[in-house]
Design a protein around this ligand. Sequence first.
Ligand code: NAP
Length: 278
Amino acid sequence: MTVMTGREPARVLRASIATELSEFARPPALTFVRCATHPAGAAYARQVSRGARRVGVPVAEELLDEASSTAEAVGLVERLAVDDEVQGIIVALPLPSSVNTAAVVAALPPKKDVDRITRAAIGAVLAGASELAPGVATAVVRLLEHYEIPLAGRRVAVVGRSRSVGKPVALLMLARDATVTMCHSRTLDLANVTSQADVLVTCAGRPGLIAREHVKPGATVVDVGATYTADGLKGDVDAEAVVEVASAFSPVPGGVGPLTVYCLLDNLLVLARAVQGE
Ligand code: NAP
């Protein structure tokens, strides 16, 4: 059984980002817009900031709270949109419940949308016009490529269909000629579907959802779920049971997470270069 960690592909990508950054007169800058009190958003910003510091990308944070209105949040993103000192914006979800998330995302200009959550960004991937996808989706593909897991012609099951994780993962797999099945909370007999997959990618955010019976013997399993519990960070997979049947497994923590950070920073560089070229 191969344990697929994101560390080695992350190191390779980090080195290439550092080289590319040396070609910029000034490194592109990233700003997070996030809920001040949500632990997942804070952890996400911390993780990305740590990676950004290592390569020399400046990161700022703009915090919203339950007293923030939609108009304030949209106004903030609109200001960042026209700020020439800011090349990338990440709107970390969830935003405070007082803020209409769709309105904030709609204010995000696609050319600064590092996490590729705007309609234009997702539409471009769907149309096959762009491979620039949310960091986590790119990280899944890079991880599988690094460990030479074939995708073309293989059955891939993706558990989760969110706009920022499940759907883009499925689209990138489809673009690599996999036969993709998307599963979600209304899928009947999940184990019956996932146990037919050669590659199972789970991004539901439900610790323990994927047990031994969900996995085809010899399959590759990538855990993307990241849930903060009283016992620490948990993925979707019952790791102890699944390592007995899978041939390759990417765990949480230590799997796609570290790689996701550098995929995001790579997106920032691609966007900054595109703007420079305009
Ligand atoms: P989300 O918006 O809550 O979506 C969860 C998806 O899982 C939904 O499509 C939902 O189905 C499906 N689901 C929930 N319970 C299920 C069940 N029992 N059986 C089958 N499907 C089920 O979450 P998200 O934003 O996509 O994030 C998913 C997970 O990825 C989270 O744990 C998040 O923290 C993690 N994540 C990790 C990284 C990383 O770098 N490792 C990056 C981003 C996100 P419905 O559509 O039917 O509701």
